[in-house]
Design a protein around this ligand. Structure first.
Ligand code: ADP
Ligand code: RBF
Ligand code: MG
Length: 387
């Protein structure tokens, strides 16, 4: 029996985290905190966003009240922020890959639980705006339904109990933990999760090395980059400024994408692009770098460039040599070039955004996906789930 088949037999359930895993909560949380802190004459600088996503309201309030030295108690802060948050839950977007994962697991009858540190009422409200989610989870467990929230294992133990599975199969004992923060498998987004790696049914929506996405747009004048695309790699990239795109960039994960590009005076071209930190070069800034798959006579800095992103190829990676980075980018080019001839992707060559006048935008990160009931781990997530 293959390892995957052997694993499949022992997968009992999947437990998913909500905030930052399935939904993009940072955005609304930042907006609400910004508005509330202004009332206290303070300016929200966004640094705490990562620190507080996934915490209980009281934990969140404690961090903000202390960090910003607010003249109110944490309870008062919770009372003030709660209605503001409720008003915004309808605006929280599902993270890329979330709907796909939930539908896939539920179509394959994999028992699914949602375990969130948020209070029950928040969880119910947040997921009520996400179509089909409530019915997909056989167990929903919230922070106020257990003695201690994550990182304590209580919430997982309770989820296991309600799912009717052996607590010994939990990650804190024998299962696996998939996370962006360091675990058995570290992924930068749900788009990179390979269920078959964990003995779960594989996704069947990849087409010739590409994953179709709900399209999103980005545009602006071509700006100067580090000047090494053409010079060092022989691969020119028409960089777009990330200014004004922070929400979009926090919503979509770093990685290699492809789609169509319009240069205002020249036409529409196939493109493959990298969004991220360029780990090979250790950049300290995120860049948006489309490579237009066409030979141009010269540069076109300053010209307006619009992109419609139609699919995903792979996460950003580091490489042991410049040659292997270049070879991989050329492989990305071949994949994109071929895929864009498929009607599914070809049709977006006519996307109104490429012609229209308004510049709108539309980017992930996954945190914790708990795969319960897999065999013992060689290396365990000490501290991750508090076990
Ligand atoms: P920089 O670091 O300034 O972005 P690059 O070497 O990556 O430098 O790219 C330089 C410029 O090359 C782009 O901004 C664009 O004006 C031009 N260019 C020429 N051909 C292409 C192409 N096929 N795709 C993208 N940019 C191109
Ligand atoms: N840089 C990386 O460090 N890792 C990558 O995986 C990576 N993939 C890329 C894929 C494509 C399609 C393109 C166009 C660029 C990629 N780059 C990657 C970015 C490359 O390092 C960058 O364009 C140059 O450093 C020029 O700034
Ligand atoms: Mg460039």
């Amino acid at each position: 029996m293959s390892t995957a088949k052997a694993l499949k037999k022992v997968v009992a359930a999947v437990i998913l985290d909500l905030d930052g895993t399935l939904i993009h909560t940072d955005g609304i949380l930042s907006d609400v905190l910004k508005a509330l802190l202004l009332k206290y004459g303070k300016q929200w600088d966004g640094r705490e966003a990562q620190k507080i996503v996934g915490k209980t309201p009281l934990e969140e309030a404690t961090i903000v009240v202390e960090d910003y030295e607010l003249p109110c108690s944490t309870d008062e802060f919770v009372t003030q922020i709660t209605p503001l948050l409720y008003d915004q839950f309808c605006n929280i977007k599902a993270l890329p890959g979330a709907n796909r994962l939930i539908k896939h697991l539920s179509d394959h009858n994999v028992p699914l639980a949602l375990a969130s540190n948020s209070p029950r009422a928040y969880v119910e409200s947040k997921i009520s705006y996400q179509q089909g989610w409530k019915e997909s989870f056989s167990v929903i467990i919230a922070g106020d339904e257990v003695r201690a929230g994550k990182p304590s294992p209580d919430i997982f133990l309770e989820a296991a109990k309600r799912l009717g599975i052996e607590p010994s199969l939990l990650p804190c004992h024998r299962g696996f933990f998939v996370s962006i923060t360091g675990a058995d498998e570290v992924i930068s987004s749900l788009l990179d999760l390979q269920p078959e790696f964990w003995g779960l049914p594989p996704f069947d929506d990849w087409i010739d090395g590409t994953l179709p996405l709900e399209t999103w747009h980005i545009g602006g004048p071509v700006v100067k980059g580090f000047g090494r695309g053409s010079k060092v790699l022989g691969i020119p990239t028409a960089n777009l400024s990330t200014k004004g795109y922070s929400a979009l960039l926090s919503e979509h994960p770093s990685g290699v994408y492809f789609g169509w590009a319009r240069l205002s005076t020249q036409g529409v071209y196939k493109m493959v692009m990298s969004i991220g930190w360029n780990p090979y070069f250790n950049n300290t800034e995120k860049t948006i770098e489309p490579w237009l798959l066409h030979e141009f006579d010269g540069d076109f800095y300053g010209e307006e460039l619009r992109l419609v992103i139609v699919g995903y190829i792979r996460p950003e990676a580091n490489f042991t040599s410049l040659e292997s980075l270049i070879a991989k980018i050329h492989e990305d080019r071949r994949i994109a070039e071929r895929a864009l001839d498929i009607p599914l992707y070809l049709k977006y060559k006519d996307d109104p955004y490429l012609k229209g006048s308004s510049l709108s935008t539309g980017i992930i990160h996954a945190k914790d996906v708990l795969l319960v009931g897999l065999p013992a781990l060689p290396r365990f997530l000490a501290g991750e789930a508090g076990c």
